[in-house]
Design a protein around this ligand. Structure first.
Ligand SMILES: C[S@@+](CC[C@H](N)C(=O)[O-])C[C@H]1O[C@@H](n2cnc3c(N)ncnc32)[C@H](O)[C@@H]1O
Length: 241
């Protein structure tokens, strides 16, 4: 994560960066590395768009606590049309990896990134990249086709750079696929639309796991930063004689 955060800080230096989903909190790391002077470069503005209110509020709480004025977050489900925000210069997304839908879940997240930059800018897409398996190659091909059909070309790829460290696939490698808009290419003017074509949503989160959640709502907690009462109990020391 430190390696990736430094790469993103450098890549998006001085730019307005939109995160389409950010379960890994790379957005917070990027903002904080610069704030603490670990690196002297980074995005001018960062906004996280995620359907999980716990992620959104955690980003806002951290930004507030550490006075990170350039970091914010917004509750958003990428199946809905993209909110009418001011234009971003670049986007970052680590979407559901698309093994069971030939990358359609990735393309929907990428679509929202492309809309965030209004079809003009750059995108960093974190997806699987593994020589041992066929589906990562099929997904990479599908995403590159999707991007090029929207006048984005692959300007950079950092192959097999990191791993997902996921319980059900700890060894799976991932890459940074960087796409850039073709200068002078025609920019579509039609507005962002909700995803209504159900075939695009089949196996979205894995085999026979289509979307059914609009938002993950955060349940109120008494005191953030402390373990929840039902997570532990004290075994007290014997009374000292
Ligand atoms: C789903 S994870 C994917 C992580 C990893 N690439 C994987 O495949 O396990 C990425 C982030 O996207 C968010 N997310 C998932 N579905 C979403 C949706 N429909 N709209 C917006 N954010 C979503 C999650 O809350 C999380 O923060």
């Amino acid at each position: 994560m430190v390696l990736q955060s430094e790469i993103v800080s450098n890549w998006a230096d001085g730019k307005r960066l939109a995160f389409v989903g950010d379960g890994d909190a790379i957005s917070v790391c990027v903002a904080y590395l610069k704030h603490r002077g670990i690196v002297d470069y980074g995005p001018s503005k960062i906004t996280v768009f995620d359907f999980d209110e716990r992620v959104v509020k955690a980003v806002k709480r951290f930004a507030d606590k550490e006075r990170l004025e350039n970091l914010d977050a917004q509750l958003y489900n990428c199946l809905d049309s993209f909110p009418d925000t001011s234009k971003f210069d670049c986007f970052y997304t680590n979407p559901p990896w698309g093994a069971s839908n030939n990358g359609e879940s990735v393309n929907i997240f990428v679509q929202r990134g492309i809309e965030a930059v209004a079809y003009e800018g750059d995108g960093m897409i974190v997806i699987a990249d593994d020589d041992e398996l066929a589906w990562p190659k099929q997904v990479l091909a599908s995403v590159q086709k999707y991007a090029s059909e929207r006048n984005f070309f692959v300007s950079r790829m950092m192959p097999k750079l990191h791993q997902y460290h996921l319980d059900d696939n700890p060894e799976l490698l991932s890459c940074n696929l960087v796409v850039t808009s073709v200068p002078g290419a025609e920019v579509p003017i039609f507005p962002s639309e909700a995803i209504t074509d159900v075939t695009r949503l089949e196996n979205f989160y894995g085999r026979s796991n289509s979307p059914r959640v609009r938002y993950v709502r955060e349940r109120k907690r008494v005191d953030y930063g402390r373990a929840h009462d039902d997570e532990y109990e004290y075994e007290l020391l014997e009374k000292m004689p």
